[in-house]
Design a protein around this ligand. Structure first.
Ligand code: FMN
Length: 427
Protein backbone atom coordinates (compact mmCIF):
# COMPACT_ATOMS: atom_id res chain seq x y z
CA UNK A 1 0.00 0.00 0.00
CA UNK A 2 1.41 3.38 -0.93
CA UNK A 3 0.90 6.08 1.68
CA UNK A 4 1.99 8.90 -0.61
CA UNK A 5 -1.50 10.12 -1.39
CA UNK A 6 -2.72 12.92 0.89
CA UNK A 7 -6.19 14.28 1.40
CA UNK A 8 -9.53 13.00 2.59
CA UNK A 9 -11.78 10.28 1.32
CA UNK A 10 -15.28 11.23 0.26
CA UNK A 11 -17.98 9.22 1.99
CA UNK A 12 -21.48 9.00 0.62
CA UNK A 13 -24.14 6.56 1.73
CA UNK A 14 -26.40 4.96 -0.84
CA UNK A 15 -29.45 4.54 1.35
CA UNK A 16 -31.33 2.16 -0.93
CA UNK A 17 -34.31 3.10 1.16
CA UNK A 18 -34.06 0.58 4.02
CA UNK A 19 -30.69 -0.96 3.22
CA UNK A 20 -29.21 -3.00 0.40
CA UNK A 21 -30.43 -6.49 1.27
CA UNK A 22 -34.00 -7.60 0.54
CA UNK A 23 -34.57 -8.69 4.15
CA UNK A 24 -33.76 -5.20 5.48
CA UNK A 25 -37.37 -4.40 6.30
CA UNK A 26 -37.44 -7.37 8.68
CA UNK A 27 -34.93 -5.67 11.00
CA UNK A 28 -36.46 -5.17 14.47
CA UNK A 29 -35.90 -1.42 14.12
CA UNK A 30 -37.73 -1.18 10.80
CA UNK A 31 -41.09 -2.17 9.50
CA UNK A 32 -42.50 -2.61 6.03
CA UNK A 33 -43.74 0.99 5.93
CA UNK A 34 -40.51 2.61 7.14
CA UNK A 35 -39.85 3.83 3.61
CA UNK A 36 -42.70 6.34 4.00
CA UNK A 37 -42.02 7.12 7.67
CA UNK A 38 -40.91 10.74 8.16
CA UNK A 39 -39.26 9.90 11.51
CA UNK A 40 -37.14 7.24 9.80
CA UNK A 41 -35.97 9.67 7.12
CA UNK A 42 -35.15 12.50 9.49
CA UNK A 43 -33.15 10.02 11.59
CA UNK A 44 -31.11 8.93 8.54
CA UNK A 45 -30.28 12.57 7.71
CA UNK A 46 -29.26 13.45 11.25
CA UNK A 47 -27.15 10.34 11.72
CA UNK A 48 -25.24 11.05 8.50
CA UNK A 49 -24.58 14.60 9.69
CA UNK A 50 -23.33 13.38 13.05
CA UNK A 51 -20.53 11.70 11.09
CA UNK A 52 -19.95 14.73 8.82
CA UNK A 53 -20.62 12.46 5.83
CA UNK A 54 -20.50 14.07 2.41
CA UNK A 55 -23.80 12.91 0.99
CA UNK A 56 -26.80 10.66 1.09
CA UNK A 57 -27.82 9.10 -2.18
CA UNK A 58 -31.09 7.65 -3.47
CA UNK A 59 -31.74 5.58 -6.60
CA UNK A 60 -34.83 6.36 -8.63
CA UNK A 61 -37.68 3.97 -9.32
CA UNK A 62 -39.48 4.83 -12.55
CA UNK A 63 -41.10 1.36 -12.35
CA UNK A 64 -42.12 -0.77 -9.42
CA UNK A 65 -39.39 -3.26 -8.62
CA UNK A 66 -39.90 -7.01 -8.58
CA UNK A 67 -39.91 -8.01 -4.89
CA UNK A 68 -38.23 -11.28 -5.93
CA UNK A 69 -34.92 -9.49 -6.27
CA UNK A 70 -35.52 -5.88 -5.33
CA UNK A 71 -35.25 -5.31 -1.61
CA UNK A 72 -36.91 -1.91 -1.97
CA UNK A 73 -39.68 -2.54 -4.43
CA UNK A 74 -41.68 0.52 -3.27
CA UNK A 75 -40.16 3.92 -2.60
CA UNK A 76 -40.78 7.66 -2.72
CA UNK A 77 -39.58 9.89 -5.53
CA UNK A 78 -36.05 10.98 -4.53
CA UNK A 79 -36.24 14.80 -4.93
CA UNK A 80 -39.42 14.97 -2.84
CA UNK A 81 -37.96 12.63 -0.25
CA UNK A 82 -34.78 14.71 0.03
CA UNK A 83 -36.71 17.96 0.30
CA UNK A 84 -38.20 16.52 3.47
CA UNK A 85 -34.79 15.43 4.82
CA UNK A 86 -33.32 18.83 3.86
CA UNK A 87 -35.64 20.50 6.33
CA UNK A 88 -34.31 18.31 9.15
CA UNK A 89 -30.59 18.70 8.34
CA UNK A 90 -28.06 21.47 7.63
CA UNK A 91 -24.91 20.13 6.02
CA UNK A 92 -25.16 16.70 4.43
CA UNK A 93 -25.41 16.53 0.62
CA UNK A 94 -28.60 15.02 -0.85
CA UNK A 95 -28.21 13.27 -4.19
CA UNK A 96 -31.29 12.24 -6.17
CA UNK A 97 -31.22 9.90 -9.16
CA UNK A 98 -33.25 10.92 -12.20
CA UNK A 99 -33.38 9.44 -15.69
CA UNK A 100 -32.59 11.41 -18.84
CA UNK A 101 -34.62 8.90 -20.85
CA UNK A 102 -37.86 9.32 -18.91
CA UNK A 103 -37.85 12.96 -17.80
CA UNK A 104 -38.27 16.35 -19.43
CA UNK A 105 -35.24 18.67 -19.17
CA UNK A 106 -37.15 21.82 -18.19
CA UNK A 107 -39.20 20.07 -15.53
CA UNK A 108 -36.19 18.27 -14.08
CA UNK A 109 -33.95 21.38 -14.16
CA UNK A 110 -36.63 23.22 -12.22
CA UNK A 111 -37.19 20.39 -9.71
CA UNK A 112 -33.49 19.88 -8.99
CA UNK A 113 -32.68 23.59 -8.67
CA UNK A 114 -35.67 23.92 -6.34
CA UNK A 115 -34.27 21.09 -4.20
CA UNK A 116 -30.92 22.87 -4.26
CA UNK A 117 -32.66 25.94 -2.90
CA UNK A 118 -34.65 24.35 -0.13
CA UNK A 119 -31.55 22.44 0.99
CA UNK A 120 -29.32 25.53 1.03
CA UNK A 121 -27.06 24.30 -1.80
CA UNK A 122 -26.81 20.61 -0.95
CA UNK A 123 -28.51 18.95 -3.92
CA UNK A 124 -26.94 16.57 -6.42
CA UNK A 125 -28.36 14.91 -9.53
CA UNK A 126 -27.33 11.34 -10.27
CA UNK A 127 -27.69 11.09 -14.04
CA UNK A 128 -28.89 7.70 -15.31
CA UNK A 129 -30.35 6.59 -18.61
CA UNK A 130 -32.49 3.70 -17.24
CA UNK A 131 -32.02 0.15 -18.42
CA UNK A 132 -35.32 -1.67 -17.81
CA UNK A 133 -38.28 -1.95 -20.20
CA UNK A 134 -40.98 -1.86 -17.45
CA UNK A 135 -39.93 1.71 -16.71
CA UNK A 136 -40.44 2.62 -20.38
CA UNK A 137 -43.95 1.10 -20.36
CA UNK A 138 -44.92 3.50 -17.58
CA UNK A 139 -44.13 6.38 -19.95
CA UNK A 140 -45.96 5.08 -23.01
CA UNK A 141 -42.81 3.78 -24.70
CA UNK A 142 -42.84 0.28 -26.21
CA UNK A 143 -39.32 -0.44 -24.94
CA UNK A 144 -36.29 1.29 -23.54
CA UNK A 145 -34.24 2.82 -26.42
CA UNK A 146 -30.89 1.19 -27.11
CA UNK A 147 -27.86 2.33 -25.13
CA UNK A 148 -26.24 4.59 -27.77
CA UNK A 149 -29.52 6.38 -28.33
CA UNK A 150 -30.06 6.79 -24.59
CA UNK A 151 -26.63 8.31 -24.12
CA UNK A 152 -27.10 10.64 -27.13
CA UNK A 153 -30.27 11.92 -25.51
CA UNK A 154 -28.50 12.08 -22.13
CA UNK A 155 -25.72 14.28 -23.55
CA UNK A 156 -28.21 16.76 -25.04
CA UNK A 157 -30.41 16.59 -21.92
CA UNK A 158 -27.51 17.46 -19.60
CA UNK A 159 -26.36 20.37 -21.80
CA UNK A 160 -29.89 21.75 -21.83
CA UNK A 161 -30.30 21.44 -18.07
CA UNK A 162 -26.97 23.23 -17.57
CA UNK A 163 -28.08 25.99 -19.96
CA UNK A 164 -31.34 26.37 -18.04
CA UNK A 165 -29.50 26.59 -14.73
CA UNK A 166 -27.25 29.22 -16.28
CA UNK A 167 -30.32 31.13 -17.46
CA UNK A 168 -31.39 31.30 -13.82
CA UNK A 169 -28.19 33.23 -13.19
CA UNK A 170 -27.99 35.43 -16.28
CA UNK A 171 -31.68 36.03 -16.85
CA UNK A 172 -31.08 35.38 -20.56
CA UNK A 173 -33.48 33.11 -22.42
CA UNK A 174 -32.35 29.71 -23.66
CA UNK A 175 -33.07 29.04 -27.34
CA UNK A 176 -32.42 25.39 -28.06
CA UNK A 177 -32.94 23.44 -31.27
CA UNK A 178 -31.51 19.96 -30.82
CA UNK A 179 -32.08 16.45 -32.03
CA UNK A 180 -34.24 15.50 -29.06
CA UNK A 181 -35.47 18.79 -27.61
CA UNK A 182 -36.72 22.20 -28.70
CA UNK A 183 -37.03 24.91 -26.08
CA UNK A 184 -37.41 28.67 -25.80
CA UNK A 185 -37.45 30.07 -22.30
CA UNK A 186 -35.67 30.27 -19.01
CA UNK A 187 -35.99 29.12 -15.45
CA UNK A 188 -37.61 31.31 -12.85
CA UNK A 189 -35.82 29.54 -9.98
CA UNK A 190 -32.91 31.72 -8.86
CA UNK A 191 -29.39 30.22 -8.60
CA UNK A 192 -28.70 28.34 -5.38
CA UNK A 193 -26.01 28.86 -2.78
CA UNK A 194 -23.74 26.44 -4.66
CA UNK A 195 -24.80 27.91 -8.01
CA UNK A 196 -26.39 24.76 -9.37
CA UNK A 197 -26.79 21.15 -8.24
CA UNK A 198 -23.76 18.85 -8.33
CA UNK A 199 -23.76 16.39 -11.24
CA UNK A 200 -23.15 12.72 -10.50
CA UNK A 201 -23.16 10.04 -13.22
CA UNK A 202 -23.87 6.31 -12.86
CA UNK A 203 -23.26 3.94 -15.75
CA UNK A 204 -20.00 2.22 -16.63
CA UNK A 205 -20.17 1.72 -20.40
CA UNK A 206 -17.74 3.69 -22.57
CA UNK A 207 -20.48 6.23 -23.35
CA UNK A 208 -21.31 6.52 -19.65
CA UNK A 209 -17.70 7.16 -18.68
CA UNK A 210 -17.26 9.68 -21.48
CA UNK A 211 -20.32 11.61 -20.28
CA UNK A 212 -18.92 11.54 -16.76
CA UNK A 213 -15.49 12.79 -17.81
CA UNK A 214 -17.08 15.55 -19.85
CA UNK A 215 -19.59 16.88 -17.36
CA UNK A 216 -19.89 15.11 -14.00
CA UNK A 217 -18.59 16.30 -10.65
CA UNK A 218 -18.67 12.71 -9.38
CA UNK A 219 -19.19 9.17 -10.65
CA UNK A 220 -21.10 6.43 -8.88
CA UNK A 221 -19.18 3.41 -10.15
CA UNK A 222 -19.45 -0.38 -9.86
CA UNK A 223 -16.03 -1.91 -9.18
CA UNK A 224 -15.26 -5.41 -7.97
CA UNK A 225 -11.49 -5.41 -8.19
CA UNK A 226 -8.89 -2.83 -7.23
CA UNK A 227 -7.04 -3.29 -10.53
CA UNK A 228 -10.23 -2.72 -12.52
CA UNK A 229 -11.04 0.30 -10.41
CA UNK A 230 -7.60 1.84 -11.02
CA UNK A 231 -8.04 1.42 -14.78
CA UNK A 232 -11.51 2.99 -14.78
CA UNK A 233 -10.38 5.78 -12.45
CA UNK A 234 -7.63 6.76 -14.88
CA UNK A 235 -9.96 6.46 -17.86
CA UNK A 236 -12.57 8.89 -16.47
CA UNK A 237 -9.87 11.34 -15.32
CA UNK A 238 -8.40 11.18 -18.83
CA UNK A 239 -11.81 11.94 -20.36
CA UNK A 240 -12.01 14.94 -18.02
CA UNK A 241 -8.55 16.16 -19.05
CA UNK A 242 -9.46 15.71 -22.73
CA UNK A 243 -12.53 17.89 -22.11
CA UNK A 244 -10.24 20.60 -20.69
CA UNK A 245 -11.19 19.97 -17.07
CA UNK A 246 -8.83 19.40 -14.14
CA UNK A 247 -8.89 15.61 -13.52
CA UNK A 248 -9.56 16.18 -9.82
CA UNK A 249 -12.81 17.96 -10.66
CA UNK A 250 -14.50 14.58 -11.17
CA UNK A 251 -14.57 12.31 -8.10
CA UNK A 252 -14.84 8.54 -8.43
CA UNK A 253 -17.00 6.82 -5.81
CA UNK A 254 -17.74 3.11 -6.28
CA UNK A 255 -20.54 1.47 -4.32
CA UNK A 256 -19.49 -0.78 -1.45
CA UNK A 257 -22.02 -3.14 0.13
CA UNK A 258 -21.30 -3.48 3.86
CA UNK A 259 -22.02 -6.00 6.59
CA UNK A 260 -20.02 -5.04 9.66
CA UNK A 261 -19.49 -6.78 13.01
CA UNK A 262 -17.17 -6.52 16.00
CA UNK A 263 -15.37 -9.64 14.72
CA UNK A 264 -15.12 -11.05 11.22
CA UNK A 265 -17.14 -14.10 12.30
CA UNK A 266 -19.90 -11.88 13.67
CA UNK A 267 -20.00 -9.88 10.44
CA UNK A 268 -20.26 -13.09 8.38
CA UNK A 269 -23.03 -14.36 10.63
CA UNK A 270 -24.91 -11.09 10.17
CA UNK A 271 -24.50 -11.26 6.41
CA UNK A 272 -25.55 -14.94 6.26
CA UNK A 273 -28.60 -14.40 8.46
CA UNK A 274 -29.74 -11.44 6.42
CA UNK A 275 -29.29 -13.30 3.15
CA UNK A 276 -31.12 -16.34 4.52
CA UNK A 277 -34.04 -14.18 5.62
CA UNK A 278 -34.48 -12.89 2.07
CA UNK A 279 -36.10 -14.87 -0.76
CA UNK A 280 -33.98 -17.87 -1.82
CA UNK A 281 -34.27 -16.83 -5.44
CA UNK A 282 -32.79 -13.39 -4.78
CA UNK A 283 -29.16 -13.90 -5.76
CA UNK A 284 -29.92 -16.02 -8.86
CA UNK A 285 -32.52 -13.54 -10.13
CA UNK A 286 -30.32 -10.58 -9.37
CA UNK A 287 -27.40 -12.14 -11.23
CA UNK A 288 -29.60 -13.06 -14.23
CA UNK A 289 -30.79 -9.50 -14.45
CA UNK A 290 -27.29 -8.05 -13.99
CA UNK A 291 -25.55 -10.18 -16.64
CA UNK A 292 -28.49 -10.52 -19.02
CA UNK A 293 -28.42 -14.35 -18.89
CA UNK A 294 -30.90 -16.68 -17.21
CA UNK A 295 -28.77 -18.22 -14.47
CA UNK A 296 -31.53 -20.75 -13.67
CA UNK A 297 -30.64 -22.55 -16.94
CA UNK A 298 -27.04 -23.15 -15.80
CA UNK A 299 -25.66 -26.19 -13.98
CA UNK A 300 -25.10 -24.89 -10.46
CA UNK A 301 -22.07 -27.13 -9.90
CA UNK A 302 -20.26 -26.32 -13.12
CA UNK A 303 -18.12 -23.33 -13.90
CA UNK A 304 -19.66 -20.52 -15.94
CA UNK A 305 -19.69 -21.46 -19.67
CA UNK A 306 -17.61 -19.28 -21.94
CA UNK A 307 -20.62 -17.90 -23.83
CA UNK A 308 -21.96 -16.39 -20.58
CA UNK A 309 -18.71 -14.50 -20.11
CA UNK A 310 -18.14 -13.63 -23.75
CA UNK A 311 -17.45 -10.02 -24.57
CA UNK A 312 -20.50 -7.96 -25.39
CA UNK A 313 -20.62 -7.94 -29.17
CA UNK A 314 -23.14 -5.17 -29.62
CA UNK A 315 -23.14 -2.80 -26.64
CA UNK A 316 -25.94 -0.70 -28.13
CA UNK A 317 -28.40 -3.59 -27.83
CA UNK A 318 -27.04 -5.28 -24.72
CA UNK A 319 -29.51 -5.18 -21.86
CA UNK A 320 -28.68 -4.37 -18.23
CA UNK A 321 -25.78 -2.15 -17.27
CA UNK A 322 -22.44 -2.69 -19.01
CA UNK A 323 -20.75 -1.21 -15.94
CA UNK A 324 -22.16 -3.94 -13.70
CA UNK A 325 -21.76 -6.73 -16.24
CA UNK A 326 -18.10 -6.03 -16.91
CA UNK A 327 -17.23 -5.99 -13.25
CA UNK A 328 -19.04 -9.31 -12.64
CA UNK A 329 -17.39 -10.96 -15.66
CA UNK A 330 -13.96 -9.83 -14.48
CA UNK A 331 -14.56 -11.21 -11.01
CA UNK A 332 -15.77 -14.61 -12.30
CA UNK A 333 -12.77 -14.89 -14.63
CA UNK A 334 -10.41 -14.08 -11.79
CA UNK A 335 -11.82 -16.53 -9.22
CA UNK A 336 -13.24 -19.24 -11.57
CA UNK A 337 -16.04 -20.35 -9.24
CA UNK A 338 -18.89 -22.75 -9.99
CA UNK A 339 -22.24 -21.00 -10.35
CA UNK A 340 -23.24 -22.14 -6.84
CA UNK A 341 -19.91 -20.95 -5.38
CA UNK A 342 -20.24 -17.60 -7.08
CA UNK A 343 -23.75 -17.04 -5.78
CA UNK A 344 -22.50 -17.80 -2.27
CA UNK A 345 -19.32 -15.75 -2.72
CA UNK A 346 -21.35 -12.69 -3.72
CA UNK A 347 -22.63 -12.58 -0.16
CA UNK A 348 -19.17 -11.53 0.93
CA UNK A 349 -17.67 -9.91 -2.13
CA UNK A 350 -20.67 -8.15 -3.60
CA UNK A 351 -22.49 -8.68 -6.84
CA UNK A 352 -21.91 -5.92 -9.32
CA UNK A 353 -20.93 -3.61 -6.52
CA UNK A 354 -18.09 -4.77 -4.42
CA UNK A 355 -18.99 -6.07 -1.01
CA UNK A 356 -17.25 -5.97 2.32
CA UNK A 357 -17.91 -8.23 5.31
CA UNK A 358 -15.69 -7.64 8.34
CA UNK A 359 -14.84 -5.30 11.21
CA UNK A 360 -14.76 -1.49 11.14
CA UNK A 361 -10.95 -1.70 11.44
CA UNK A 362 -10.72 -3.97 8.40
CA UNK A 363 -13.04 -1.64 6.50
CA UNK A 364 -10.84 1.35 7.35
CA UNK A 365 -7.86 -0.66 5.99
CA UNK A 366 -9.78 -1.40 2.79
CA UNK A 367 -10.83 2.21 2.27
CA UNK A 368 -7.29 3.42 2.94
CA UNK A 369 -5.78 0.85 0.58
CA UNK A 370 -8.07 1.67 -2.38
CA UNK A 371 -7.75 5.41 -1.75
CA UNK A 372 -3.96 5.46 -1.47
CA UNK A 373 -3.66 3.14 -4.48
CA UNK A 374 -5.42 5.69 -6.65
CA UNK A 375 -8.45 3.46 -7.29
CA UNK A 376 -11.06 5.81 -5.79
CA UNK A 377 -11.66 9.27 -4.36
CA UNK A 378 -14.04 7.77 -1.85
CA UNK A 379 -16.97 5.37 -1.65
CA UNK A 380 -20.71 5.33 -1.85
CA UNK A 381 -21.22 3.02 1.14
CA UNK A 382 -24.22 0.69 1.00
CA UNK A 383 -25.14 -0.67 4.44
CA UNK A 384 -26.90 -4.05 4.41
CA UNK A 385 -29.62 -2.69 6.71
CA UNK A 386 -30.41 0.76 8.04
CA UNK A 387 -30.41 2.40 10.44
CA UNK A 388 -27.86 0.40 12.46
CA UNK A 389 -25.70 -0.13 9.36
CA UNK A 390 -25.39 3.66 9.05
CA UNK A 391 -24.80 4.16 12.77
CA UNK A 392 -21.83 1.80 12.77
CA UNK A 393 -20.27 3.76 9.88
CA UNK A 394 -20.71 7.05 11.74
CA UNK A 395 -19.79 5.86 15.23
CA UNK A 396 -17.04 3.34 14.48
CA UNK A 397 -15.65 3.61 10.95
CA UNK A 398 -15.49 7.41 10.70
CA UNK A 399 -13.47 7.79 13.97
CA UNK A 400 -10.92 5.25 12.68
CA UNK A 401 -10.56 7.13 9.39
CA UNK A 402 -10.15 10.38 11.31
CA UNK A 403 -7.35 8.90 13.39
CA UNK A 404 -5.59 8.00 10.15
CA UNK A 405 -6.02 11.56 8.85
CA UNK A 406 -8.31 10.26 6.11
CA UNK A 407 -11.55 11.98 7.03
CA UNK A 408 -12.63 15.41 8.24
CA UNK A 409 -13.39 15.99 11.95
CA UNK A 410 -16.18 18.37 11.15
CA UNK A 411 -17.74 19.94 8.11
CA UNK A 412 -15.57 22.63 6.54
CA UNK A 413 -18.20 23.68 3.98
CA UNK A 414 -21.95 23.87 3.90
CA UNK A 415 -22.68 22.98 0.29
CA UNK A 416 -22.32 19.61 -1.43
CA UNK A 417 -19.91 21.10 -3.97
CA UNK A 418 -17.89 22.50 -1.08
CA UNK A 419 -17.69 19.06 0.56
CA UNK A 420 -16.46 17.41 -2.64
CA UNK A 421 -13.89 20.09 -3.46
CA UNK A 422 -12.76 20.60 0.12
CA UNK A 423 -11.60 17.03 0.31
CA UNK A 424 -8.90 17.52 -2.25
CA UNK A 425 -6.10 18.26 0.16
CA UNK A 426 -6.67 19.91 3.48
CA UNK A 427 -6.95 18.45 6.94
C1 FMN B 1 -23.21 2.07 -10.13
C2 FMN B 1 -24.41 2.19 -10.98
C3 FMN B 1 -25.59 2.69 -10.43
C4 FMN B 1 -26.74 2.83 -11.22
N1 FMN B 1 -27.88 3.35 -10.67
C5 FMN B 1 -29.01 3.45 -11.43
C6 FMN B 1 -30.24 3.96 -10.91
O1 FMN B 1 -30.34 4.34 -9.73
N2 FMN B 1 -31.33 4.03 -11.73
C7 FMN B 1 -31.26 3.63 -13.04
O2 FMN B 1 -32.27 3.72 -13.75
N3 FMN B 1 -30.11 3.15 -13.56
C8 FMN B 1 -29.00 3.05 -12.80
N4 FMN B 1 -27.83 2.57 -13.36
C9 FMN B 1 -27.83 2.18 -14.79
C10 FMN B 1 -27.22 3.18 -15.73
O3 FMN B 1 -27.01 4.41 -15.25
C11 FMN B 1 -27.98 3.37 -17.01
O4 FMN B 1 -29.30 3.59 -16.68
C12 FMN B 1 -27.78 2.34 -18.09
O5 FMN B 1 -28.12 1.06 -17.75
C13 FMN B 1 -26.42 2.36 -18.70
O6 FMN B 1 -25.48 1.82 -17.87
P1 FMN B 1 -24.08 1.41 -18.46
O7 FMN B 1 -23.45 2.65 -18.97
O8 FMN B 1 -23.36 0.83 -17.24
O9 FMN B 1 -24.36 0.38 -19.50
C14 FMN B 1 -26.69 2.43 -12.57
C15 FMN B 1 -25.51 1.92 -13.12
C16 FMN B 1 -24.37 1.81 -12.35
C17 FMN B 1 -23.11 1.24 -12.97
Amino acid sequence: MSSAREGHVILGVNVLVLGYLPAAWQSPRLHRDSFVDDVYWRGIGRTAERGALDALFLADAPALGDPAYDGNAGRLEPTVNWAHVAAATERVGLIATASTTLNDPFDLAQRLLSLDHVSGGRAGWNIVTTRAAPAAWNFGLPDIPDRDRRYERAAEFVELVLALWESAETGADVRHRGEFFTLDGRLRVPPSRQGRPVLVQAGGSAAGRALAGHRADAVFAAELTKEGAIGHYREVKRYAADAGRPPESVKILPGLLLSLGSTEAEARRRSDELHDLGPASYSAQWLSQAIGYDVATLDLDAKFPEDVLAAIVDPAHAGGSIGFRQSIHAQIRRTEPTVREYLRQTRYTGSGHSGFVGTPEQLADHIEDWYRSGAVDGFNLQPDVLADGLEVIVDEVVPLLRKRGLFRHEYTADTLRGHLQGDAGHE
